[in-house]
Design a protein around this ligand. Structure first.
Ligand code: GLC
Ligand code: CA
Length: 547
């Protein structure tokens, strides 16, 4: 069987609002993306995943879609989209669209109809329960706070929504809904779209009467049906299932090697580990390297040969990796490269989120007014309502909020970091004078060129794609080491997680007849790692080693 292209690919996520503005209205757009394709080509990525650009009231930044087959005017129009497809084709960059199938916007024509009456043909496209005002059907909660049920007085019914009330959940138990979605997906495939990221796919089969939100009993049946009716018609298609609540078992079904569901999962266990949930408020816990090792290793080992994972640190819902564990001051560049090595040495498909390749950091706005994310605003209100101080609320948002990753891409030193000449929809991070693409492209030692190198290595050495993973030096609390091994080759990755020197043991065979593929220090000692130092060694095995 021929290997799938996406197994050796690196995918770049674009958050279109903040990538590049082409008409100075302060909002990034499709023409802006087109103008930056040369940059992405230089970086060497294979595909771009674009967060939603469909028509949307933008309550949740495009994750509330009012027309799946149209482009939101803030981003451009369908002609721009066709042009993007063409320009990407020229550069052999594939496009992955973000599919939000769990819910629509309340401004979608289906929901507007559904709200008209109980016997409207679209009513059953959503999930309704009779009730009395003030008596919600049950105590299921929405992810962004508050009840998952919203009252509609005209119908004397509640509808179900797992995110904001403006994002009513689609009723996947209605076959018509599923068929509508398949048709829409095939329409995009016909336009030349070669991949899809499936937003919160683990939520679609919810059973609100049983208080089941995630991993409903029919989930995998539905995903198989979806796949059969759409993606499987074109073997080139890649599909990435965002599954925040999935365990290994379910991930093995999602990414089964027979292609019956999706290509890979995008799960969050290594990101959620540092959180403690309390009254629907996520608190950031101190970093624990042994826990990180455990989690990443578990996924490496348990999916090997049977499933496929994505590899990521940053995305539009996460704080920036260099800020997450407070390594963004003196060791920002060193640690950015170290995190990159740790991840890109593993098995799976690496995702780079815009600006990660520059080592971009979190932002700290002083006032809640400067934040745009509905989740942050709701959290703020909720915390004040529970008696936390404004300072406590701001501290959590600054540390953990989604807007950390949503500030404008830092292109150069000019006004608003070269993102726009107008007023950006969210302020840029003031550190763009020090961190920007223009400077980094000129500097061969930059984080940008480091990412380029890692992308090239994955193309050059199949061991990155195939090697079997095993954790080394498990109990070491200061560094993370692992081996990747195939019949003929092996890799050894060592990464320090501390800001002082630490001892490390690299197996002799790598030091004596291996090569150092990459590292983040010019000079290094074999038995010692400098602050946040990382290295990737490679060697060919001798014929007798596997006997
Ligand atoms: C996903 C998206 C997030 C969005 C949510 C609701 O988790 O990544 O940005 O708010 O789904 O669609
Ligand atoms: Ca614009």
């Amino acid at each position: 069987m021929e290997e799938k292209w996406w197994k050796s690919a690196v995918i770049y996520q674009i958050y279109p609002k903040s990538f590049q503005d082409s008409n100075d209205d302060g909002i990034g757009d499709i023409r802006g993306i087109i103008s930056r394709l040369d940059y992405l080509e230089e970086l060497g990525i294979d595909a771009i995943w674009i967060s939603p650009i469909y028509r949307s009231p933008q309550i949740d930044s495009g994750y509330d879609i009012s027309d799946y087959q149209d482009i939101d005017p803030i981003f451009g129009n369908m002609e721009d989209m066709d042009c993007l497809i063409e320009e990407c084709n020229k550069r052999h960059i594939r496009i992955i669209m973000d599919l939000v199938l769990n819910h629509s916007s309340d401004q979608h024509k289906w929901f507007k109809e559904a709200k008209k009456s109980k016997d409207n043909p679209y009513h059953d496209y959503y999930i309704w329960r009779d009730g009395k005002e003030g008596e919600v059907p049950n105590n299921m909660m929405a992810y962004f706070g508050g009840s998952a049920w919203e009252w509609v007085p005209e119908l004397k019914q509640y509808y179900f929504h797992q995110f904001t009330p403006e994002q009513p959940d689609l009723n996947w138990h209605n076959e018509k809904v599923r068929q509508e979605l398949y048709q829409m997906i095939c329409w995009w495939m016909d336009k030349g779209i070669q991949g899809f990221r499936l937003d919160v796919i683990d939520l679609v089969a919810k059973e609100p009467d049983l208080c089941i939100a995630e991993n409903g009993p029919k989930l995998h049946e539905y995903v198989r049906e979806l796949s059969r009716n759409t993606f499987q018609k074109n073997p080139e298609i890649v599909t990435v299932g965002e599954a925040g609540n999935t365990g290994v078992e379910s991930a093995l079904l999602f990414s089964a090697q027979d292609g019956s569901e999706l290509s890979m999962v995008f799960q969050f266990e290594h990101m959620d580990m540092a959180h403690k949930k309390e009254n629907q408020i996520n608190w950031v816990l101190p970093f624990d390297l042994l826990e990180l090792k455990d989690i990443l290793s578990k996924w490496q080992v348990e999916l090997y040969g049977k499933g496929w994972n994505s590899l990521f640190w940053d995305n539009h819902d996460q704080p920036r990796i260099v800020s997450r564990w407070d390594t963004d001051s003196a060791y920002r560049e060193k640690s950015a490269k170290m995190y990159a090595m740790l991840l890109h040495g593993m098995q799976g498909t690496p995702f780079i989120y815009q600006g990660e390749e520059l080592g971009m950091t979190n932002v700290s706005f002083d006032s809640i007014e400067d934040y745009r994310d509905v989740a942050a605003k709701n959290l703020y209100e909720r915390m004040l309502g529970r008696g936390y101080t404004k300072e406590e609320a701001m501290e959590l948002i600054q540390k953990d909020g989604r807007d950390n990753a949503r500030t404008p891409m830092q292109w150069d030193k000019s006004i608003h970091a070269g993102f726009t000449k107008g007023t950006p929809w969210i302020m840029e991070n003031p550190n763009y004078q020090e961190i920007n693409a223009e400077d980094e492209r000129k500097d061969p030692d930059s984080v940008f060129h480091f990412y380029r190198k890692l992308i090239q290595l994955r193309k050059e050495y199949s061991i990155f794609v195939e090697g079997k993973y095993s954790l080394q030096d498990k109990e070491n609390k200061e560094s993370f080491s692992y081996l990747r091994s195939s019949d003929t080759e092996e890799l050894y990755v060592v990464c320090s997680f501390v800001n002082h020197c630490t001892r490390v043991s690299v197996p002799k065979r790598f030091l004596e007849n291996g090569v150092l593929l990459t590292g983040n220090y010019q000079e290094s000692l074999s038995e010692q790692l400098q602050p946040y130092e990382g290295r990737i060694y490679y060697r060919k095995k001798n014929a007798e080693e596997n006997e």
